[in-house]
Ligand binder design. Structure first.
Ligand code: PLP
Length: 433
C-alpha cells in the first residue's frame, strides 16, 4: 500500500494547512485503511464545520418560513435569508440584490431563463449559439427552446486541445442571434473561456449573453458587470454550501421585462379568481417556499471563501493542477483532455488505453481516491473528442500535492497492471495522441 504522507505537511504556501481540519468529512479512511482523497469537487464539494454549524443553528434556533410570518423566528429567518442574498450579490459584483434570484442550482437557473426569457423573446428563425463543450444543463434547455420556438441552435466548435474556435464566432453571429450561452469554465476540459470577449461580440449584434458559471464562481473572483453577463448561473453545492441552493443573476432590465416562470405563493402581488399580478423582483421568480436554510448556509460558505480569498484559492488550485498535469503526463499512454497546464482551471480529465474510465475510478476508489468517470454530462463533447468516457480529478482548496502524488502513483500502477502482456514500458512521458 502506498502511504499518503501527511496531506498537511506539503500544503500550499498560499493556504493555511489547518483549513483541512475544518472539513470533518475529509478526516476519514475508506475501505478500512485508506485516508479519503476527495478529487470529485467539480461534481460537488464538501462543507466546512462553519457551514454545517450555520445550518444547525438555523434549524435549532431560527428556522421559520420567510417573508410571511410576523413572528420572531420568521423575522430572523427572513433577515438571514436576505443577508445571504446580499452576500451573493457582492460575491459576483451585481449592482442590486434584486438581480440575485435564489434557485435550486445552475440547471434550474438556466431553465428559468430558457422558459421565461426564451419563450417571450425567441421566435421561429431566431438563432441561439452555444459551444460544443457545454454541460447538458446549458445545452438541453436551448434544444428544448429551439424545438418549442422553431429557433436554430448553432455551436461554436472547439480545437483538438479543447479551446473554442473563436474565429468562427463572427460568422456564427448574425442579426438573428438572440442568445449566446457559454460556460465560463468547462467541467471536463478545464478550459477557461474568454467570456468577456464573447459577450462584447454578442452584444454588438444585440444578443443576450448567459454564462454558465457553475465551474468558475466557486474558484475565481467573479464580476458579472466586467464579464458582460446578462444572465449568470451557479450552484451552491460546488462551493461548500448545501445542495438545493443556487443563484441566477439577471440584469434588472431583463428580469423586469420577463414573465414569471413558476406560479404560486410568494411570486404574486395580488391574486383574483381569474388573474394575478406578479410580485416585484426578486420574489417574482421565487415561487413557493424557498430553500431557506441552504440559502443562509450559502451565505456562510461565501464568508468562508472570502476569508480564505478566491485569489489564493485559484492560485492554489492552479499550482496543484500544474503539478498533477506534470505527474500524469509521466504515465505512458495517458491522454489528458483539454488545454495545457497554464490555460486551464483546476481539473484534469484523462483516458488510458486500458482499462475503461469506470474501472479506473473503481480501482482508485479502492485506494481511497474519489474521482468521477463517465461523460460528465457532456456527451456531445465526448463525441467530438472521439471517446465514450473519461476519468476526472478535480481540485478544491483542501486538496494537497500529497494527494496528487498518490493519484499519480496509483494510476501508474493501474497502467502497469492493464498493459497488454509482452509490451515493455516505453521511456519518457506519455505521448498525447
Ligand atoms: N454547468 C456546469 C459547467 C456544470 O459542471 C454543472 C454540474 O456539474 C452544471 C452546469 C449543473 O449544475 P447543477 O447540477 O448544480 O444544476
Amino acid at each position: 500500500m502506498i502511504e499518503l504522507k501527511s496531506p498537511r505537511e506539503d500544503f500550499s504556501k498560499l493556504l493555511p494547512a489547518a483549513l483541512r481540519d475544518d472539513f470533518p468529512i475529509l478526516q476519514q479512511v475508506v475501505h478500512d485503511e485508506h485516508p479519503l482523497v476527495f478529487l470529485d469537487n467539480a461534481a460537488s464539494t464538501q462543507r466546512p464545520r462553519q457551514v454545517i454549524e450555520v445550518l444547525r443553528r438555523v434549524y435549532e434556533r431560527d428556522y421559520a418560513n420567510v417573508h410571511r410570518g410576523i413572528h420572531t423566528l420568521s423575522e430572523r429567518s427572513t433577515e438571514q435569508y436576505e443577508d445571504a442574498r446580499e452576500k451573493a450579490r457582492e460575491f459576483i459584483g451585481a449592482e442590486k440584490a434584486l438581480e440575485v434570484i435564489f434557485t435550486s442550482g445552475s440547471t434550474a437557473g438556466i431553465n428559468l431563463v430558457a422558459r421565461s426569457w426564451g419563450d417571450a423573446n425567441v421566435h421561429a428563425g431566431d438563432e441561439i449559439i452555444v459551444t460544443t463543450m457545454e454541460h447538458h444543463s446549458n445545452l438541453v434547455p436551448w434544444q428544448q427552446l429551439a424545438e418549442r420556438s422553431g429557433a436554430v441552435l448553432k455551436h461554436i466548435p472547439i480545437t483538438d486541445d479543447g479551446q473554442l474556435v473563436l474565429e468562427s464566432l463572427d460568422s456564427l453571429l448574425t442579426e438573428r442571434t438572440k442568445l449566446v450561452a457559454v460556460a465560463s469554465v468547462s467541467n471536463v476540459l478545464g478550459t477557461i473561456n474568454p467570456v468577456a470577449d464573447i459577450a462584447r461580440r454578442a452584444h454588438a449584434v444585440g444578443a443576450v449573453v448567459l454564462v454558465d458559471a457553475a465551474q468558475s464562481v466557486p474558484h475565481y473572483p467573479t464580476n458579472v458587470r466586467e464579464l458582460g453577463a446578462d444572465f449568470l448561473a451557479f450552484s451552491g453545492h460546488k462551493m461548500l454550501a448545501p445542495t438545493g441552493i443556487g443563484v441566477l443573476y439577471g440584469r434588472e432590465q431583463l428580469l423586469d421585462a420577463m414573465p414569471p416562470f413558476l406560479g404560486g405563493g410568494s411570486m404574486i402581488n395580488r391574486v383574483w379568481l381569474d388573474r394575478f399580478t406578479p410580485a416585484e423582483l426578486p420574489a417574482k421568480f421565487e415561487a413557493g417556499t424557498p430553500p431557506i436554510a441552504p440559502a443562509i448556509a450559502l451565505g456562510a460558505a461565501i464568508d468562508y471563501l472570502n476569508r480564505i480569498g478566491l485569489v489564493n484559492i485559484s492560485r492554489h488550485e492552479h499550482e496543484l493542477c500544474r503539478y498533477a498535469y506534470a505527474r500524469l503526463r509521466e504515465i505512458e499512454g495517458l491522454r489528458i483532455l483539454g488545454p495545457g497546464p497554464d490555460e486551464r482551471a483546476g481539473l484534469l480529465s484523462f483516458t488510458l488505453p486500458e482499462p475503461h474510465a469506470h474501472d479506473i475510478a473503481q480501482l482508485l476508489d479502492e485506494r481511497g481516491i474519489a474521482v468521477r468517470a463517465g461523460h460528465h454530462c457532456t456527451w456531445p463533447l465526448h463525441d467530438r473528442l472521439g471517446i465514450s468516457a473519461s476519468t476526472r480529478a478535480s481540485f478544491y482548496l483542501y486538496n494537497t500535492p500529497a494527494e496528487v502524488d498518490l493519484l499519480a502513483e496509483v494510476l501508474a500502477e493501474i497502467r502497469e497492471r492493464f498493459r497488454p502482456k509482452g509490451r515493455k514500458r516505453a521511456a519518457g512521458p506519455g505521448k498525447r495522441p
